[in-house]
Design a protein around this ligand. Structure first.
Ligand SMILES: [Zn+2]
Length: 381
């Protein structure tokens, strides 16, 4: 069988850089080997820059792609959410066209797999083309305990449609955020069949901490304005993460998304839970919504398992993991690129439970090949 032999200035294998080594692929993109240049023979293709396995985008909402450029920046989270909810006057044709463009954008930027939040069925047709791998997180929210049952039934309908197409291993019913899911709704989704991989928006805003610690702040105002009865909610005096996390079952793998207000004590708390937890950072969305960034140095210092996400085009100008890395590098030039690429590839693949095919150049995998040159990333094969 004819092989493709690629030799870049630097080869990132999913874990570390290897200088001048040659990546050998079968014709259909399967990794055969990584070899020394001397052993490669004469038919090696020289590639400028870095070669890396395809990027894993652990957090996106592809169905919100039509909101690109429609949401005002730097408003803070409560106002951001209000804007997203209010902008409903888009035709289905517009929504579907934007989904197609959004996916093409990811493909171009070297993304091969996505953890995608879906509240609706809008993305189903595009995903059926199987251009990119998706784990579909059907997102449940509802603060009112009285409607938990009917809410959950609606999410189950969406779940079944995705599961029929992709199989249950690529679909979960997942909580939106700690402040937006009532106790009975939590119970239902945690106990749902095949829910071994879950995702939740975590500590995205300081208001979330204030709500759980003291029952004050922007969420208290928002719930009052929305007419919700919050009498049954009592402040725990602890951070949100330390308040809600025990609701997950110990065998559930959890993607915590954003983590802007996560503390060192929260990291220590998670270590003793025994759950497999991945810390997903979406720096461009944090900048867009609140001009903030998570404490990246703290995650590195504590050797936390970090992964990356783009969030949606409602709070980003592109869907590109390489652009997320650029933003982190501007703020943290001391964190090695090698480590960030690991977040974007092998860690991301583990977070979506697809490390048997994606995330590294190991024999037998088909992770996709991305070239980084002139500070741009593009899918090579
Ligand atoms: Zn999100």
């Amino acid at each position: 069988m004819p092989f493709k032999k690629l030799q870049a200035d630097l080869l990132f294998d999913g874990y570390r850089f290897r200088e001048r080594q040659v990546l050998v692929l079968s014709e259909d993109g399967k990794v055969e080997n990584i070899i020394e240049p001397d052993a490669a023979g004469g038919d090696t293709e020289a590639i400028a820059g870095i070669l890396t396995p395809g990027f894993i985008n652990c957090h996106c909402h592809l169905e919100l792609s039509h909101l690109k450029g429609h949401i005002e920046e730097h408003t803070g989270l409560p106002a951001f959410v209000r804007q997203v909810v209010q902008k409903r006057n888009f035709s289905e044709a517009n929504i579907l066209a934007a989904i197609e463009t959004g996916e093409a954008n990811m493909l171009q930027n070297g993304i091969v797999a996505v953890g995608d939040i879906s509240n609706t069925l809008h993305t189903l047709a595009q995903k059926q083309k199987k251009t990119i791998y998706y784990h579909n997180f059907i997102e449940a929210m509802g603060f009112n305990p009285q409607v938990a049952e009917s809410n959950f039934n609606a999410y189950q309908q969406v779940y079944h449609q995705f599961a029929a197409q992709f199989g249950p291993q690529q679909v979960s019913i997942t909580p939106h955020a700690p402040y937006s899911v009532s106790e009975p709704l939590w119970q239902k989704l945690i106990a749902h069949d095949n829910n071994g991989l879950l995702s939740i928006h975590n500590q995205e805003t300081e208001e979330e901490t204030l709500w759980f610690q003291q029952k004050t702040g922007g969420f208290a105002d928002m719930f009052r304005a929305m007419g919700f009865n919050t009498d049954s909610f009592t402040a725990s005096g602890k951070t949100s993460l330390q308040t809600y996390f025990h609701q997950f079952r110990s065998q559930q793998q959890v993607l915590l998304v954003h983590n802007v207000y996560t503390t060192e004590a929260d990291l220590a708390f998670i270590r003793q839970t025994g759950n497999e937890v991945f810390w997903c950072l979406c720096p461009n969305a944090n900048q867009y919504i609140s001009s903030t960034l998570p404490d990246v140095a703290m995650f590195v210092k504590n050797k936390a398992t970090v992964v990356l996400g783009t969030d949606s085009l409602a709070s980003n100008y592109q869907l590109s993991i390489w652009e997320e890395i650029q933003t982190l590098r501007k703020a943290h030039s001391d964190i090695p690129l090698e480590l960030m690429l690991q977040w974007a590839t092998s860690n991301g693949a583990k977070a979506l439970k697809i490390e048997d095919q994606y995330g590294s150049f190991e024999k037998g995998k088909r992770p996709g090949v991305v070239q980084i040159t002139n500070n741009e990333a593009r899918r090579l094969c």
